[in-house]
Design a protein around this ligand. Sequence first.
Ligand SMILES: NC(=O)c1ccc[n+]([C@@H]2O[C@H](COP(=O)([O-])OP(=O)(O)OC[C@H]3O[C@@H](n4cnc5c(N)ncnc54)[C@H](OP(=O)(O)O)[C@@H]3O)[C@@H](O)[C@H]2O)c1
Length: 230
Amino acid sequence: MELRDAVALVTGGSAGIGRAIAEALKAEGARVTITGRDRGRLEGASGALGVAAIQADVGREEDARRTVADVVARHGRLDLLVNNAGIGHFAPLVETELARLEEVYRTNVYGAFLMGREAARQFVKQRSGHLVNISSTAGTKGFQGGTVYASSKFALRGMTECWREELRRSNVRVMLVNPSEVLTGFGGKSPPDHPRKLRPKEIADAIVGALKVDDRGFLPEFSVFATNPF
Ligand SMILES: NC(=O)c1ccc[n+]([C@@H]2O[C@H](COP(=O)([O-])OP(=O)(O)OC[C@H]3O[C@@H](n4cnc5c(N)ncnc54)[C@H](OP(=O)(O)O)[C@@H]3O)[C@@H](O)[C@H]2O)c1
């Protein structure tokens, strides 16, 4: 796709991987809007990056509708949705409360569904569009303590496969990206810098590269690993 002047929406663009994706898209000349729940963090990122912002929770249906409608009202179309907003919870099965599962699914599964559906409605109308779902290597293989998070990303992977087959008939490319561990504030952590671990920039660069492939083809799914994080 041509990123110059493309209308792009990045959920959870106020921090971490989403913020780096927004920055990289803006550097390519895209017209970028980011979302997030925390107004202060959202306005900070929006000001620093020079991108538009909409305060919204992806897990609330009215917010998802409003977000896509606002972008389309402002730009007349939507070319790219990056479904990035996500949260985690890690605990053994026997210690896992239903409320934690519901909370993570509300953002990672229902939120991705709601944003994906609203964007897809616009893409089908336009007969064009690009949708990038940010999953995780946790969505390809289970692990101890991963009941909540890994299963939410397995669900995202399942939805992605369905959307890909449905939407390619409307010229829409649906991609799944599986980062392994990335140095962000994910899960409330603040990891020390590590020269060999992944930064949000590596994920953003990989996505920009994939998006730049001519619309005739696309990368249905790819993972991003740190070369030597040990
Ligand atoms: N970091 C990793 O190691 C890693 C690895 C693989 C995959 N991932 C995936 O990458 C994505 C981004 O993670 P990250 O590491 O960048 O996390 P992060 O630094 O915690 O940033 C998450 C972003 O999502 C927003 N967000 C969270 N819940 C939201 C909601 N319900 N509605 C709207 N925005 C919401 C946050 O802002 P507010 O809190 O203000 O809403 C923030 O902007 C997630 O899907 C995560 O699962 C991360």
